[in-house]
Design a binder for this molecule. Structure first.
Ligand SMILES: *Cc1c(COP(=O)(O)O)cnc(C)c1O
Length: 367
């Protein structure tokens, strides 16, 4: 059997473990001090007034859509090149996602293509910062101001990234982060909504907690809500993970630099590019494989014990999206072209230089 190199792996140290064990010993497993501490630390880190921890990134996005009052009949402009959750959170509320194609180099929504799809039903732009790199927020904020649109940032892949020195998630009306084990930092399952708006914050607290009011009785419910709470073990992990996030991002940048070095002579492979004004928070290491050979390269990697992922399939061509909205191939050509060529390589803290050499050797052979 060949040793398997996984595509992603969380980084958990002794401090993470001992703090979670302490929570277990404390007997307070939900709605306790760790939740409040994690929210405070996270809001500070992002530079936002308020933070509301939730059970997943998807839950946070759903709350953001509800808290902004988006509903059936509304349209929201978003990217077709994303993880499905950034679209699903709109569909949960009967809001129609309207896609604008992406930029060829950064894979983020192309601000130049947004205005063309805005109409009287458009209420918001849901910006996704893909693969740890911010979308061009200056241009997007200008469009939002011109048409009086709300902004939700799906920063689930971009914790720690900034654009012109301002962190992703802190630009819009609400920003949402995710802490699934493959993200830059993890709480197991978990997510966070940040905002500077008190009304959105208070509504979010209620929506995540079964629609309870601020001071209402445990069994009194002011609105339709959900159980989207984050437990104390997760919050504790969030605190210790956040404390070393800067270091973890740097470690991943080192891995990325090694890939860049060992892949530089492969002309069929396009390396990740950073747009102007961006700092990258490394989430995944994604290359483009030219000449229609991505799937063959993937298969060859699998045969050699190396796990890779085709990040990401376009959202509009998912089977249920085609059925519901009648999308077909060719609707968003840039996203589709990128999507047919992108390949995520193994990428995590502790990935050894000799493994990276091996992976790059396998890619070379495959090509
Ligand atoms: C991971 C991710 C999410 C959802 O996060 P979960 O915690 O898995 O619900 C949403 N959007 C994007 C772009 C993501 O990468």
């Amino acid at each position: 059997m060949k040793t398997k190199i996984p595509v992603a792996k969380p980084y958990i140290d002794q401090e993470d473990i001992s703090q979670v064990v302490e929570v277990l010993r404390s007997g307070c497993l939900a709605l306790g001090p760790k939740l409040i501490q994690f929210e405070r630390n996270f809001a500070n880190y992002i530079g936002a007034k308020y933070a509301c921890a939730v059970s997943s990134g998807t839950a946070g996005l759903h709350i953001a859509v509800k808290a902004l009052g988006l509903q059936k009949g509304d349209e929201v402009v978003t990217s077709p090149f994303s993880f499905i959750a950034s679209c699903n959170c709109l569909l949960y509320e009967g809001v129609e996602p309207v896609f604008a194609d992406i930029e060829e180099e950064t894979f983020n929504i192309d601000p130049e293509k947004i205005e063309g799809v805005i109409n009287r039903k458009t209420k918001a732009i849901l910006v996704v910062h893909i693969f740890g790199q911010s979308a061009r927020m200056n241009a997007i904020m200008k469009i939002a101001a011109k048409y009086k649109l709300r902004i939700i940032e799906d920063a689930c892949e971009s914790v720690g990234a900034d654009y012109k020195g301002k962190k992703t998630g802190s630009w819009g009306d609400a920003g949402v982060f995710a802490f699934y084990p493959n993200k830059q930092m993890t709480t197991g399952e978990g997510g966070m909504l940040v905002t500077d708006r008190k009304d959105i914050y208070e509504l979010s607290l209620s929506l995540r907690n079964q629609g309870r009011g601020k001071d209402s009785d445990w069994l009194a419910h002011e609105r339709l809500g959900y159980n989207y709470r984050m437990d104390e073990m997760s919050a504790s992990l969030g605190i210790t993970q956040l404390a070393k996030l800067g270091w973890m991002i740097e470690e991943k940048a080192k891995v990325a630099a090694l890939y860049n070095k060992y892949l530089s002579d492969l002309t069929e492979v396009v390396l990740p590019k950073l747009g102007g004004h961006n700092t990258q928070s490394w989430f995944v290491y994604v290359v483009r494989v030219r000449n229609g050979r991505r799937d063959k390269v993937m298969q060859y990697c699998t045969d050699n014990g190396i796990q890779t992922k085709p990040y990401l399939p376009t959202i509009h061509l998912q089977p249920f999206m085609k059925r519901q909205f009648g999308y077909s191939e060719g609707d968003f050509p840039v996203a589709e072209r990128v999507s047919s060529e992108t390949l995520a390589l193994p990428f995590y803290i502790g990935l050894k230089e000799r493994d990276i050499k091996k992976i790059c050797g396998v890619l070379k052979k495959a090509l």
